[in-house]
Ligand binder design. Sequence first.
Ligand code: PAF
Length: 280
Amino acid sequence: MLAISGLGDLRARIEAWRADGRRIAFVPTMGNLHAGHLALVERALVLGERVVVSVFVNPTQFAPGEDYESYPRTLEADRRRLETAGVDLLFAPEVRAIYPHAVQIDASYAVPSVGQGLEDAFRPGFFSGVITVVKRLFDLVAPDVAVFGEKDYQQLCVVRTMVRDLKLPIEIASVQTVREADGLALSSRNQYLSAREREIAPQLHGTLGEVAAAVAAGETAYPQIEQEATERLRVLGFEPDYVSLRSAETLRPLSTGARSGVVLGAARLGRARLIDNLIF
Ligand code: PAF
């Protein structure tokens, strides 16, 4: 596996693969890789003839006071895992390579409506940062296909919309959330949980499951269902940001009587902020 941090080296390698007619699959990550990331890599290995994984902790998607400085950086361990997984190229740029002039968002493409509300209400600026870095990485890697996790469901919708709006010739593939045996969605931020919080954490998934089951069974009082779920999380010890029933395609509030959709939830638990969702 090649490990590259410079843009020139990256371009040369991508151009050589392109000249050979290789189909390139790309997995953007912020590193500290776990089984959830490796599931994305597995999918990329199926979808592409050459697989590129980026490891870059993107400063513009962290608000002041969030965990940018302390975000776990484990590049050497990540490199070993990617090599074992069969990845062709690890791209781990410095901040100045991605942001040569200033560490700021690129406002040329505004966050689409699917990126408003939910995460955006609690992490203003987050999607502007994600769009900025994903677009730059797409420009550099020029993949045929890029793979994202469904755990960050709104992010997946935002990226799909951006690719469509900008007519980028990139297929976006998604992979189901990988969970611990007790249902907790894998996340690098789970390591912020204390032992006691770790016991409570799977209840976010459990609560979303109850919401989805209620709707699938025909209950239609969505605001009440959302509020009861939020309250349940609070009683369990979470500080919930939202539990919300939405259309799985548009992320608009679920229309009355719909039996399928997505329920998304986010809640703080100690130092960690957990997000999860369930498509039903
Ligand atoms: O989902 C993530 O890990 C990040 O938001 C991403 C897509 C790698 C952009 O920094």
